[in-house]
Design a protein around this ligand. Sequence first.
Ligand code: IMP
Length: 193
Amino acid sequence: MPVQSPSTVISEVLLTEQQIQRRVRELGAAISADYVDLEPVLVGVLRGVVLFMADLMRAIPIPFSIDFLSITSYGAQAGPGQVRLLKDLETSIEGRHVLFVEDMVDTGLTLHTLLRMLRARDPASLHVCTLFDKPRLRLVKLPLRYVGFELPDRYVVGYGLDYRQRYRNLPFVGVLAAQVLLPNGVGAEGESS
Ligand code: IMP
């Protein structure tokens, strides 16, 4: 069976499993304090957020529910941030306190589009928790209430983040070695996060 060895595909570990787990617990504690008695809905975008959502849920002891969206990009012609919904929420968020949970915010265009869509459904409140943030790449102003880590402008994988659908299972976050990248550049396959 082929095994992907981290030492051959990762050139540099940026965040260890311990650092990530400690920060996720801190985020969970902050969210629990802010949302006590509000029974929030945590909304995640498939697929990159799955590991973060699973750990964050276990760090939040107050009552809450979860739901997921799945999206795909329309492609380069449609313009940045234009997304097509593959799977909508199964919960009505009208009057609910919604916490949008993201793995990574980079240009912010996808999140901007999704927040506009959710705001139109009249939630009681709508805030964002992202584990990773690349603020230097931001193209739109976005209010991020909770941020786990700021990252440099480098393509990273692990802890849910992929390169062509691989490496999501790594428990740490690292920079992909140059020899693994395709000659025509980087980018997650399928554009659904
Ligand atoms: P944006 O904020 O609209 O530019 O898109 C953010 C999405 O791009 C994230 O949800 C990820 O799916 C993806 N992404 C951005 N940077 C990285 C990275 O370094 N590794 C893996 N995926 C990334």
